[in-house]
Design a binder for this molecule. Sequence first.
Ligand SMILES: Nc1nc2c(c(=O)[nH]1)N[C@H]1C(S)=C(S)[C@@H](COP(=O)(O)OP(=O)(O)OC[C@H]3O[C@@H](n4cnc5c(=O)[nH]c(N)nc54)[C@H](O)[C@@H]3O)O[C@H]1N2
Ligand SMILES: [Mo]
Length: 662
Amino acid sequence: MTERRTVCPLNCFDSCSLIARVDAGKLTAVGGDPEHPVTQGFICPKGKALAERVYSPDRVTFPLFKSKGTWQRITWQDAYAIWAEKLVKAREQYGSLSVLHHFDYGSNGLLRSLDRRFFNVFGGVTVPTGSLCWGSGIAAQLYDFGGYYSHSWRDLSNSRTIILWGRDPIVTNLHMLPFLRKAKEQAAQIYVINPTKVKSVDLADHYISVRPGTDGALALGLAYIILEERLLDLGFVQNYVQGFAEYAAMVKEFPPEKVSEITGVPLQVMQELARTVARQKPTAVIFGYGPQRYTNGGQTIRAINALMAITGNIGISGGGANYAHQYNQGLFKDLTLPELARHKREIPFASLGRQIPQLDPPLKVAVVTRSNPVCQHPDTAVFSRSFQSIDFKVTIDFHLNDTAAVSDLFLPCTTIFEEEDLIATSWSEYLGYAPKLIEPVGESKPDPLIFSELAQVLGMGDYFTKTSAEWLDEALEPAEKKFGLTLASLREGWIRNPQFKDVAWQERSFNTPSGKVELFSQQALEQVGEGTARFVPALESGSQELAGYPLYFLTPHPSNALHSQFNADADNYPYLDINPETAESYYLRDNDLVVVESLRGQLLCRARHSGRQRADTVQVTEGKWLKFGGGVNFLTPGFRTDMGDGVPYYDCRCQLRKYFPG
Ligand SMILES: Nc1nc2c(c(=O)[nH]1)N[C@H]1C(S)=C(S)[C@@H](COP(=O)(O)OP(=O)(O)OC[C@H]3O[C@@H](n4cnc5c(=O)[nH]c(N)nc54)[C@H](O)[C@@H]3O)O[C@H]1N2
Ligand SMILES: [Mo]
């Protein structure tokens, strides 16, 4: 038996350092690394499930080809031949843009991105742009600060006020809890702002329930109070802020009485919060991505950023508008060779499903890697129909998930334990090395090898001559030059990213055109038609005209699953969490079946009474496979967001009908 250090590849804030046990060539368990400053010796159920997935009976470990509607096992050689022929034919007849490469962050492994190198060398293809995840908020950070940088979680112990703004760390970010608890011990006050009384409220001092999609108004209303009571940080505003006058004029349009009506937050609560943010400094906002999953999401994040700026909470220890970080920039060499793509077509994630039927050249081949778009894209009926209309679809995964199920070729990839890789994310301040611990299970192959072998078949082999270790060496060239950081040093154990800073923007020199925090941004004005943060009601949530759809429909992330990963439970309908009084008005008892319907589609759920829900809001966690009765995204919209091409998953209203079987 050996114990080796590795790292969790899941798309999660924590990127835990894992201790894996290997017995006679088999992975038997994983646990948390006690020495890692963030992991601190414990892991979540998803981390444990990583080990179970390796030998799961549901894992498919050989290539499959669908012929006349049924899957048949084929050899890798045949799989490559079929795949290569389809790719070449599509390129010959319609050009390389007739190929769609769909990818996301199913694994954070750095070498998983070699799939993009393949398609760039192939000539450049159609790719989704923006983000299923955080796009609107990233755009907001870029307009306001010229970049997105967060503080180290360690720095929370210097905060006096911490606002978990649309983030629920007990569910999505377990390893932040020790840092929050420590901050509390040192007398920090924790606020949770969320429509739902989420689990993290249990460790907070204050909970503020906000009407979905209205945080932007709340932030402007708080600013109104701060300006009126002269609580702003004049020094910061004079020296480091651009466009204060335009912003102040906008704020004037949001007096607290009006904002209270929009948001449902009582006046007195707003006053208390405004004074706290400005006076009980330093104040840190820890953003979740909920508030920006609306058509007005980018503006919402801009309004909150502005609040932090006028109170001088930017660039100081214990403060920060913490959204994500880009300290990895310049640390790794880009292995994807974007300069080789002669063509490029980018379609926003949110509208991809809608746009596919109109594309010229049309899509003929789709290749899906590290993502499960049929389950995870908004507006499933539209996306799924469009995706299925593509002649030939390839999915590389561990399971026949909802996307693989409607594909034509399935190729089995290896897990993080079966080939070495490096995990470096925009959330974690540590870099982690994942060694090869066991041989690939069955005939599965590492993603980089799959694309290297396909490249050989297509005569592109010269671009794919390296082993994983050699790729990692190449990727690490800049890190080695700047910091002497090498693969050998990473193999010794996790390393703190040497570019990471405990306090973001400490030198107060911002990467915006003016070098200041831009409360007014000329770029934003030109690109999205608004120079300062403004509140406009979200398209569907804020609509006055959807009387037939009275309830807000939220679909946050599941606690024991990572989206659709580990979310293949065949035994039950998805739970619809509903306030008991609301439930009563629909004659819904606990466990009754209920049809939830939006303008786009419906889903059969099981009602679960929950005092954590607002009377006007219901929720079903996302990610459950369609195949097993999931499919929240049948209801969610593919509207365009105000900036950054995000996806407004939560900008959704619904109605309920009690379901009577038979
Ligand atoms: N309604 C609703 N929908 C949402 C959200 C929401 O809040 N509400 N959240 C959105 C967000 S934030 C995100 S980030 C997206 C996530 O969307 P996806 O990234 O599509 O979600 P996952 O279910 O994690 O799918 C990842 C797939 O990659 C596979 N995979 C894992 N490791 C590897 C690997 O090494 N190689 C390959 N080839 N495959 C691998 C997994 O088995 C899985 O099938 O979902 C979005 N969808
Ligand atoms: Mo995400």
